[in-house]
Write a protein that binds this ligand. Structure first.
Ligand SMILES: Cc1cc2nc3c(=O)[nH]c(=O)nc-3n(C[C@H](O)[C@H](O)[C@H](O)COP(=O)(O)OP(=O)(O)OC[C@H]3O[C@@H](n4cnc5c(N)ncnc54)[C@H](O)[C@@H]3O)c2cc1C
Length: 532
């Protein structure tokens, strides 16, 4: 059993500053693995705490005193037969966490532990017996395993949102509050405000679902190329995964919470199933690349794309749209009706303008400040972080929208295409109306056009409402998987809640209750004495 031991107590995102050292000992043809400082202690690797016998340790490679960057080393940490820790190894579980309770995230300290030279991963970076260091191919492949996990996060996160939406939408149809003019109780899902909470999430859910197909394809193509030592798709794929990992995990994380709120008081109960989803999912915004840090990598790449455009160089396919951004920024949106403003073509242009404006503005501020004497680093870290993140996010929104709108063309069933088109339009409208900075500041869109967009958004809610239940039920999530009284397929919300409280709540049957009950006689006395 193995674990991925990269993060240290002192550094996680900043991999280059990891402190664990792998010193090459020429005389014995071995590496000496060491944790020289408190902050070099490995912390967080999953499965390290209890289960792993081996750790893939990321450490600074040092040969004859010279550093050669962070490399990966396979370190046996526990005996395969006795499971005892090896001499020089200190490891264990890191303790309770917000969620992820079943995972033994661990700590690891290495005290001059020796491993053979062959235990370094040497496909793309090699150390010879005589201590010669050589890079073969592309070093970034070292983090290939992260691409794999990010792929899972980018392509499967939306499913958790699907679970939460299933609960909230089913419950919204079962739950009624207040009476209408005919003295009939209103289903909460019929309130416009409830639809405003849930339907944009439904649109985001399907948008991510469509985009995941494209992402998988990109990763497969990249892996095929790498097998033939062709690394030409590596950067584009890495950026696609970094961006979608950040945007999708946060969208799902925030979406689960919205679903909980949409279930009112009962949403707070574990019997709704939603709190557990939130706790289990939360870590995904942090692990495998903290989301803001991921967005900054996308932003850096976007700036490179702008520089390529200026030099007349070709762009990778998922960035080609930026070529039209410069032209669009010279124009103004011509839409005058709700139909025009919500056409897929208009929405596409609006999303392009948003990214183009934001990234060019960030570049402009960067150059301006540098020309006034500031360093690039200083401006990047202290002055343009927010706009960079917005630009990167806007790029992921465009990418996701494009995958969604391209996917619509492949739908054969006309009714299904109409429903999905409504969701695609709602997706874009929602994203634009939530984060319109670039489109407004650039002057591309006017106030009255924003009003038109809001009108369409509201219309889309009533068009989606009749299909909401079908859209979540289409996932065919079993009650067993959902583990929710509120989201039961048969709608028996109240019966189940009471049954679980009465018959499956161990707290009601806790031993020692008689001791607690006795306290009712003691409490006033203590209170009285302490007052004195
Ligand atoms: C449940 C869980 C499982 C994990 N599993 C593993 C594992 O198996 N193996 C492993 O090696 N690691 C693992 N990790 C560690 C994880 O990969 C790191 O915690 C993660 O990469 C974030 O790094 P950090 O903790 O250094 O965050 P930090 O980088 O310290 O982030 C803290 C804050 O600083 C901000 N920040 C940092 N740098 C910048 C910047 N340049 N600009 C702007 N803002 C910045 C971040 O946005 C964030 O808001 C796990 C973590 C968790 C929570």
């Amino acid at each position: 059993m193995g674990c991925y031991a990269q993060t240290e107590m002192g550094h996680g995102s900043d991999i280059q500053s990891l402190e664990t050292v792998a010193d090459f000992d020429l005389a014995h043809d071995e590496f000496i693995m060491d944790s020289p400082t408190l902050t070099s202690s490995k912390m967080w690797p999953g499965d390290l705490g209890i289960f792993s016998t081996h750790a893939m340790v990321f450490a600074q490679l040092r040969i004859k005193g010279a550093l050669h960057g962070v490399q990966a080393f396979l370190v046996p940490i526990r005996d395969m037969n006795t499971h005892e820790l090896f001499p020089g190894v200190d490891a264990g579980d890191i303790g309770p966490k917000y969620g992820y309770a079943t995972k033994d995230n661990g700590y690891l300290r290495l005290n001059k532990v020796r491993i053979p030279r062959e235990n370094m991963l040497m496909k793309y970076a090699k150390v010879s017996k005589n201590g010669e260091f050589k890079i073969v191919g592309n070093e970034k492949v070292l983090y290939g395993i992260m691409l794999g996990v990010r792929l899972i996060l980018a392509c499967y996160s939306f499913r958790t949102l699907g679970l939460a939406l299933t609960v909230a939408i089913r419950y919204g149809i079962r739950r009624s509050q207040f009476k209408n003019d005919n003295k009939q109780e209103i289903k909460i899902l019929d309130y416009q405000l409830q639809q405003e909470k849930l339907f944009p999430l439904l649109a985001q859910y399907f948008a991510m679902c469509f985009a995941s197909l494209k992402i998988k394809k990109m990763v497969e193509e990249n892996m095929e190329k790498i097998k033939t030592n062709d690394f030409s798709n590596l950067n584009e794929t890495h950026i696609a995964l970094a961006g979608t990992k950040a945007y999708y995990t946060y969208t799902v994380f925030a979406g689960i919470e919205k679903c909980r709120l949409a279930c009112g008081g009962h949403g707070f109960s574990h019997y709704s199933g939603i709190p557990a989803m939130h706790q289990e999912f939360a870590a995904n915004c942090t692990l495998e690349g903290e989301n803001s840090v991921m967005y900054l990598q996308v932003a850096r790449y976007l700036l490179k794309m702008i520089s390529k455009i200026q030099k007349g160089e070709p762009l990778p396919s998922t960035f080609e749209y930026l070529n039209s951004g410069t032209q669009l920024l010279q124009e103004q949106c011509s839409a005058k009706t709700t139909e025009e403003i919500s056409s897929l073509d208009t929405l596409r242009k609006l999303l392009i303008v948003n990214v183009s404006y934001l990234i060019m503005k960030a570049g402009e501020i960067l150059l301006q400040n540098v020309s006034e004497g500031a360093t690039m680093r200083e401006v990047w870290d202290k002055k343009i972080g927010i706009i960079l993140l917005e630009a990167a996010r806007a790029h992921v929104v465009f990418f996701t929208f494009k995958c969604f709108s391209d996917g619509l063309r492949k739908l054969q069933d006309e009714n299904l295409r109409t429903i999905m088109t409504n969701l695609c339009v709602l997706y874009a409208l929602h994203e634009i109306l939530e984060k319109p900075l670039g489109i407004i500041e650039s002057g591309y869109l006017l106030g009255e056009q924003i009003r038109l967009m809001q009108e369409v958004r509201e219309k889309k809610y009533s068009e989606i409402r009749p299909h909401a239940l079908g859209l979540v039920d289409a996932n065919m999530i079993s009650d067993n998987t959902l583990r929710s009284a509120l989201g039961r397929y048969d709608g028996k919300v109240y019966e189940t809640m009471l049954d679980w409280a009465q018959n499956h709540n161990s707290f009601n049957k806790a031993e020692g209750m008689e001791h607690i009950l006795k306290m009712k006689d003691v409490t006033p006395q203590i209170f009285f004495q302490s007052k004195l």
